[in-house]
Design a protein around this ligand. Structure first.
Ligand SMILES: C[S@@+](CC[C@H](N)C(=O)[O-])C[C@H]1O[C@@H](n2cnc3c(N)ncnc32)[C@H](O)[C@@H]1O
Length: 238
């Protein structure tokens, strides 16, 4: 049981003191990505494994890439810096994350290639957006890190709404690649939500059948049901 002092600290004191965290940056090729520590949800560390995962599968350069739950956009900007994305769309509900993304865009002169939206899920993303690839390291837990914006997805509502909405933004043969945590879920946690939304799981990599005791990341490839998977996505079946 969480003590009331701990709750006070988590709900009010920490969010307030976070405002005073200093700006930092991490460099991917020519792009310096700006962030504050409390906005990093792992994208600067294990999130880069998602970029390597796509590179190892020799994914060809994608015209437009969307990073859902982008935080400071570590994964998206890294794809852009490595020439794996031509243009980038980023969205997050946290205004501070959006501010970090905009700072990176401005400081690196990326205004013609990157658009940033503040959006709860996909709610405030313009309907005209179309994506060849969607990547994300979203909140991973339904029963841990309660109320932590980076980690907690109450009742999987955020995932469920994403699966229900994302299909209309996908280009034909567009692929979604999620980085999930086996400590919080398995592919079977999401498969019913995915299938109910007219989507299909096209590959699963590095996922254990049961939830694990420790953090362990796996990858989920998803497409619109019936769309033929591109070769790089099929090659990802391990
Ligand atoms: C695990 S963190 C990942 C952040 C970043 N992509 C990274 O890899 O470091 C999850 C992100 O989801 C965002 N998020 C949580 N709820 C959201 C919602 N309802 N709509 C959009 N983004 C949300 C958080 O603000 C946070 O930036």
């Amino acid at each position: 049981m969480e003590s009331s002092l701990k709750r006070l600290r988590r709900r009010y004191i920490k969010p307030f003191t976070n405002n005073f965290n200093r700006w930092q940056s991490v460099r991917y090729g020519r792009i310096a990505v700006h962030f504050k520590k409390h906005l990093d949800g792992g994208g600067s560390s294990f999130g880069q494994d998602l970029v390597t995962f796509l590179a190892l599968r020799q994914m060809p350069r994608r015209q437009r890439v969307f990073e859902w739950c982008a935080g400071p956009g570590f994964i998206g900007f890294s794809l852009l810096a490595r020439g794996m994305a031509e243009t980038l769309c980023l969205a997050d509900v946290n205004p501070q994350a959006v501010q970090a993304c905009r700072r990176t865009v401005a400081e690196n002169g990326l205004g013609s290639r990157v658009t940033v939206f503040r959006s709860d899920g996909l709610q405030d993303v313009p309907a005209a957006e179309r994506w060849d690839l969607v990547v994300a390291n979203p909140p991973h837990f339904v029963d841990d890190w309660i109320d932590d914006l980076r980690s907690y997805d109450r009742g999987w509502h955020l995932h469920r709404a994403f699966f229900a909405d994302v299909g209309r933004f996908l280009e034909p043969s567009g692929v979604i690649v999620l980085q999930e945590n086996n400590r919080g879920s398995t592919v079977e946690t999401f498969r019913p939500m995915i299938e109910q939304s007219g989507l299909a799981v096209v590959f699963v990599a590095e996922c254990r059948p049961e939830r694990t005791l420790h953090d362990r990341f796996y990858y989920l490839g998803i497409m619109r049901r019936g769309d033929p998977p591109p070769a790089w996505a099929t090659a990802a079946i391990l």
